[in-house]
Design a protein around this ligand. Structure first.
Ligand code: UDP
Length: 479
């Protein structure tokens, strides 16, 4: 089995940020970019993670690296492979760093052996590619164990952790203890929030960089009303026929026209929702910490109040057969389907469980884009969340977002201004109240949506993200 796969990266012109950002910000960014290019001349910037599809890291890398390539930086993206046992251990680690027990399995010597044995081949193969002075960004727990093998490569080693927990419990401690022996070999760490920096890391070596979205990618680009309507009818997400000026189209990340051709697999009782039915939407991986089941239960509570709201619920995630680094996907999806079967008939009729096609990542993104844009309310009722790009994506699309006040979601939404934060994600009665009240007020939804878009423009677009990475170069002595 090949240990490393290189993922092809496009080239995205930095200048297109000029369409959404003020001129002085653009001028500053261009200056920083050209300085960074000079500093990185003759070096390769390597990024290594464990999946090219699904989840926030796979979402951000192609965009960010595409912009760096357009200014002449030699950025590359490699994905490590692994057996199911390896991904079972890394998923356990993922849960631990979020403060959760996951499947309750241990993280002891046997798991360490599985982890190290699995990474050895990839690390050796990678070490033969890396040159003195290169920059290596290892992403997340899956790749941290490659650091010891790379320590003598002469490259600047950085570990970018996209997850974390604001509070420490036994699981968090267990996770960091597991990773400690590898992390001493890196020169700098990047975390999404200050509170995620663990005690075992030297705080002086840590940089905080919040994630970002790409406003021009197939996930976030503007879509005409006709395109949204056509894409959703075609995939089976809303009832047909498509509008007269039907338009399946979106722009691929390389600028060529794309077309949504595949349908989604949908578990539902009857027909798709009508085009004018308000949809409550959560888009997530099928992961217990995303709490799709809780969303469904909260929605059911709201329906039980019987005040005549006609909203329907769409829970959408990747087709579980396709995501290789998340062994829990299929199990979680099955448990959501099982809970759906238990719902009262009248509620079940209003809940749609959607498996989105993933064979073409950009087609998948265009469907998510259309679904988020069509939603009356976007929900992200996570029990834990590193950052929550789905929240940023929906905010950029001027959607009112109802999301748990956990982890990085707290950095995005100002409660009551640019969205609604749920103080306690387990409090389904309050969740149902919030949905109910928003469904009854299109004006309030529009107001929250407008503020949300401005918040993302100010804080969470890719250009700011890249500028922070440029600063990180100075920290590791690339001047
Ligand atoms: N996503 C997607 N298709 C899906 C489900 C999720 O493209 O079927 C994307 C979603 O739009 C977002 C990313 O996967 O860009 C998830 O990132 P987030 O930070 O919300 O959560 P993570 O999965 O990294 O925990």
């Amino acid at each position: 089995m090949t240990k490393l796969q290189e993922v092809r990266i496009g080239v995205h012109p930095l200048e297109r940020f000029g369409k959404v950002l003020p001129r002085d910000e653009m001028r500053h960014a261009v200056k920083v970019a050209s300085k960074a290019r000079d500093r990185l001349s003759g070096r390769v910037v390597w990024n290594v993670n464990s999946t090219a599809v699904g989840g926030g890291v796979a979402e951000m890398l192609p965009s960010l690296l595409g912009y760096t390539r357009s200014i002449g930086i030699d950025s590359r993206w490699l994905v490590i492979g692994g057996e199911p046992d390896f991904f079972r251990v890394t998923k356990r680690l993922h849960h631990a760093l979020h403060g959760s027990a996951g499947d309750g399995s241990p993280l002891g010597d046997a798991e360490r052996r599985i982890y190290e044995d699995s990474l050895r081949g990839a690390a050796l193969e990678f070490a033969s590619l890396v040159r003195d002075g290169d920059v290596v960004l290892l992403h997340d727990p899956q790749t941290a164990g490659m650091a010891p093998t790379l320590r003598n490569s002469g490259a600047h080693l950085i570990w970018r952790c996209h997850i974390g927990s604001d509070t420490v419990n036994e699981h968090v401690e267990l996770g960091w203890e597991f990773l400690r022996p590898y992390l001493e070999f890196v020169e700098a760490y990047v975390f999404s929030r200050q509170s995620y920096i663990p005690a075992i890391c030297d705080h002086g070596k840590a940089e905080i960089i919040t994630p970002s979205i790409d406003a021009f990618s197939s996930k976030n680009q503007n879509l005409s009303e006709a395109a949204i309507h056509t894409i959703l009818v075609h995939t089976g997400l809303v009832e047909g026929p498509p509008p007269e000026d039907a338009d399946h189209g979106f722009l691929r990340d390389d600028g060529t026209p794309g077309r949504v051709g595949r349908r989604a697999e949908i578990v539902r009782l009857g027909r798709p929702p009508a085009w004018d039915t308000p949809l409550i939407v959560q888009v997530s991986r099928w992961d217990p910490l995303k709490d799709m089941r809780g969303v469904m239960e909260g929605f059911s509570l709201m329906c039980g109040r019987g005040n005549g709201r006609n909203g329907e619920l769409v829970l959408a995630g990747p087709d579980v057969s396709a995501v290789t680094d998340d062994p829990e996907g299929a199990m979680v999806f099955e448990s959501v389907v099982e809970a759906w079967h238990q719902l009262p008939h009248a509620v079940r009729d209003r809940v749609h469980l959607v498996s989105l096609p993933t064979a073409d990542v950009e087609e998948n993104a265009a469907i998510v884009n259309a679904l988020q844009r069509h939603a009356a309310i976007v929900v992200q009722k996570s029990l834990r969340e590193g950052f929550g790009l789905t929240v940023t994506e929906a905010m950029w699309k001027e959607r009112p977002v109802v999301a748990s006040g956990v982890g990085g979601i707290n950095d995005q939404i100002e409660d009551g201004v640019s969205g609604i934060l749920l103080k306690d994600p387990y409090d389904l009665a309050t969740f149902a109240d919030v949905l109910d009240s928003l469904l009854s007020s299109p004006e309030r939804r529009a107001e929250l949506g407008r503020a949300a878009r401005e918040r993302v423009r100010d804080k969470f677009l890719g250009l700011g993200h890249l500028i922070k990475y440029a600063r990180l170069l100075e920290r590791v002595g690339i001047t």
